[in-house]
Design a protein around this ligand. Sequence first.
Ligand code: C5P
Length: 395
Amino acid sequence: MKTIVLGVTGSIAAYKAAGLTNQLIKLGYDVHVVMTTAATSFVLPLTFQTLSRNPVITSLFSSDSQFEIEHISLAERCDLLLIAPATANIISKIACGIADDFLSTFALTMGSQILIAPAMNTRMWHNPILQENIQRLEQRGVQFVTPEYGCLACGVKGDGRLASFERIIDAVGMTLLKENVLQGKTVLITAGPTLEMIDPVRYISNPSSGKMGYSLARVAKRMGARVVLISGPVCLDIPFGVEMHDVTTACQMRDKVMKYIELADIFISAAAVSDYMPVEVSKEKLKKGADEITLSLQSTPDILREVAVNKGNKIMVGFAAESHNIVENAVKKLKEKNLDLIVANDISREDIGFGADQNEVTIIDKRGGQERVPLLAKEQVAEYILRQVVGVIQK
Ligand code: C5P
């Protein structure tokens, strides 16, 4: 069981730390809460004590010897110090090595195993002194879950809202489960659908959710890679620590891929790229008229095929979404596109189709080797795929 020390500081978002504690406990983490004095003005320590089922530390000194032993051993056991919400004050204190309460003192003992989720007024967040302090900490390996844009407690809209629980928990998992099998490698991933405009308000697309590509990005990051994700329009959170580029059309996706491909050691094409786009995009909305109209389409660039032509030592992974003769068609595609691996999935099955949280695939390598991956969460499927990639690197 991993031990997380959750530092709660005096931001109005301190109440959200109670929900966060609850979720971390449900995920099986051992959570020990440390509160600054200001935080105790917003939420009672008893709330955290009840939720975490552990004593809450609110000061540096105590006459209770049991307590002294407890918090010395805590420093030894702690796998990650998560500070959420973090005020400008605690961030700047840690950046300057100031240790004037339990939380800042504890932070000094933690090296870089610190994850900070700031929450504050937007002007404070954009203050250059704070930003310099954040940069300083980042250079030392401290990680940040950047705050979000939205309505703030002071009534204004701006950057500064505490990141969502999903993003914070994603970052916690990423930090604690980190491996180094892909350390030093850059993985370029495409994900989601593309949209091919017909006129200003209509387009051709498909229902790809982007979940498979985003799961691959998340797992590749966790395995220690630098990850560049190029995504069509989807409704998913950006995976923690991933470099993100949004695109809309197949041509834009192609241009972005070409821009970053030189950096990549591994290219994974998980996007459901439209095969055709309108020959012309009407500048004006097409009027309703004839009962039947004809739309002229032309093929989009085949990004994966283009990249694979000059692949060199790069590892290329494609997807084959098939409805029949799945493995045969996938093998054909692997050869045609000069790939190292292809992931075949059956789109005729509703339980693993577009938008599903699970997938069941067959991974095929260029020597004809096949691995059947059972029905699993897409993140677990991503792990299978990336372990195969690691296998190709090691061959
Ligand atoms: O040729 P087909 O579309 O079936 O091949 C699927 C694979 O090729 C997927 O990995 C997909 O991301 C990629 N692809 C691409 N550019 C296209 C069409 C598909 O990169 N225009």
